[in-house]
Design a protein around this ligand. Structure first.
Ligand SMILES: Cc1cc2nc3c(=O)[nH]c(=O)nc-3n(C[C@H](O)[C@H](O)[C@H](O)COP(=O)(O)OP(=O)(O)OC[C@H]3O[C@@H](n4cnc5c(N)ncnc54)[C@H](O)[C@@H]3O)c2cc1C
Length: 382
């Protein structure tokens, strides 16, 4: 493979295309490392066009381990440790909570529990499970989450998990980009890549033209205002047909979600999904009957065939960061950091060919994230 000639290229060091969750984090981190960065986002500075705008932003690697593999669980656990210091560096506040996840189920659905527990434990490292998975019975459920009273006879507390406010995070990152001098181009859809030494493609599902295997998995959520319920942490309900979470944000706002429907349908929430989500929430706490519906929202999770995130270097001037599926907030700090390390090594000339990339990958914390597409050499697989 030829070494990369950067001599003739004009523009910033990095053009980040797609300013949802990952694009903002990557651009902000690269600017913090004193690179000259431009960011292009087809939507507004608030992030309303992104999947991140709709997300519940739960940071729940153990609860997700019931359906996510160890790589994603590990990325989630490591990212959870990073969020507080990351938020502390942003110029605006972001609600961040680390008060655990409560998992409950109705008596009729108790057959769901052993399956969930078995999968969760199979995909989780021992250090996460140690003290991180607490079985509750009888009055213990109400002691942990008084709002639920005696409605649930059993449950699990996963005390180390967290959540944050997705919209505050997007806004604070936009402010952080301005503070670090990133040239932001909001309301600018990019089809032909802009002039820059390096391109970082973070378009989420909008990256399909460059990544045909990418697909969308539709998710629908309700946002309700429910003063007086007083849940203190995200609650997950195991159910054979309508598994559900209720994530309490600030000011008595709850995000209730989420459906998982194959396909890239961005149309409004269906009546069926609204009924299922809201009925299941009502079954967790009848106080949701008096909640006011603020929004019903749908978006699609950008998903690769193996349901893993990936960072791909095309062997020339482009990195693609995508496939964060249903775990974007949970894993973004580690994924963005890995992308920025690779970007830094490319910019400094430490990586200029497939061999150097292979060495870099071998020494990386998360080698499974990194992939190369080289015409003269087979693409690296995980
Ligand atoms: C209903 C739902 C619930 C979720 N809940 C959670 C959760 O609880 N916890 C969690 O960790 N994750 C959750 N997620 C997943 C999370 O939202 C995604 O994994 C994450 O947003 C992916 O980040 P991204 O930056 O790759 O994509 P996005 O956030 O979608 O950002 C991509 C950006 O690229 C822009 N773009 C696209 N095409 C172009 C173009 N041509 N030019 C310029 N800009 C372009 C888009 O406008 C968008 O802003 C949820 C997702 C959904 C849909």
């Amino acid at each position: 493979m030829n070494r990369i000639d950067q001599g003739a290229v004009r523009g910033p060091d990095f053009a980040v295309v797609g300013g949802g969750l990952v694009g903002r984090l990557v651009a902000w981190q690269l600017a913090g490392a004193r690179h000259d960065v431009a960011l292009y986002e087809r939507g507004d500075a608030a992030g309303t066009q992104s999947a991140a705008w709709v997300a519940a932003a739960m940071l729940a690697p153990l609860a997700e381990a019931a359906s996510a593999e160890p790589l994603v669980v590990g990325l989630g656990a490591a990212s959870l440790e990073r969020w507080p210091s990351l938020i502390a560096q942003l110029p605006e506040p972001v609600f961040f909570q680390r008060n655990g996840t409560l998992v409950v189920w109705h008596g009729a659905d108790r057959a769901e529990a052993p399956l969930f527990e078995r999968r969760l434990k199979a995909n989780s490292p021992a250090d996460l499970l140690d003290g991180g998975f607490v079985k509750l019975a009888g009055a213990q459920v109400a002691q942990v989450e008084p709002a639920l009273g005696t409605r649930f006879a059993q449950g699990w507390l996963l005390p180390n998990e967290g959540q944050l406010d997705n919209r505050q995070a997007l806004c604070a990152l936009a402010a952080g980009l301005a503070a670090r001098g990133v040239r932001t181009h909001w309301n600018t859809a990019v089809d032909a890549m802009p002039e820059a030494r390096w391109i970082i493609d973070c378009r989420g599902l909008g990256g399909k033209p460059a990544w045909p295997a990418l697909r969308g998995i539709r998710g629908e959520v309700a946002r309700v205002h429910a003063p007086g319920i007083g849940l203190t942490r995200p609650v997950r309900l195991l159910h054979p047909r309508y598994p559900l979470y209720i994530a309490p944000k600030e000011n008595d706002v709850y995000v209730i979600g989420a459906t998982e429907v194959e396909g890239e349908d961005m149309s409004p929430v269906s009546v069926r999904s609204a009924l299922e989500l809201l009925s299941a929430a009502f079954a967790v706490h009848p106080g949701f009957g008096e909640a006011r519906i603020l929004e019903l929202n749908a978006h699609c999770r950008p998903t690769l065939p193996d349901h893993r995130p990936a960072i791909v270097w095309d062997g020339a001037r482009t990195l693609r960061v995508n496939g964060l599926y249903r775990h974007g907030f949970m894993i973004a700090p580690e994924v963005a950091d890995a992308a920025c390390r690779l970007a830094g090594a490319l910019a400094s000339g430490d990586i200029a060919d497939a061999g150097a990339f292979s060495d870099f990958r071998g020494a990386a914390r998360w080698p499974e994230l990194l992939h190369g597409e080289f015409s003269a050499a087979p693409a690296l697989s995980h």
